[in-house]
Design a protein. Structure first.
Length: 101
């Protein structure tokens, strides 16, 4: 007898919270006080013009960049911020670069 396949909700992870995240590269502020939440199991699109910080935001969420300020958490578990840092390979977050580079 086999176990039933997990539902979409079981595979979706938890609620993502990005709170007051900022990121600078040198004198260039790329993200400024970004706050958002994404419900577990939902689909969210990040849109904007070139240079708006979309890729940087996704890289901060995935753990490839550290935010200069703010925090990132999933289901209340801090991944980045306030002295906490969980590296990308421990976050269980998928990331696919837009250009495959």
């Amino acid at each position: 007898m086999t176990a039933p396949a997990p539902s979409h909700a079981d595979l979706a992870g938890g609620r993502l919270e990005v709170t007051h995240v900022s990121k600078d590269f040198g004198n260039n502020r790329v993200l400024s006080d970004v706050t958002l939440s994404v419900e577990a199991g939902s689909t969210t699109a990040v849109v904007g013009p070139s240079g708006a910080g979309k890729t940087t935001l996704l890289r901060v969420i995935a753990g490839f960049e550290r935010p200069d300020t703010g925090s990132v958490s999933i289901d209340g578990e801090a991944l980045a911020g306030d002295g906490v840092w969980t590296p990308a390979f421990r976050r269980e977050i998928g990331y696919v670069a837009q250009d495959g580079a």
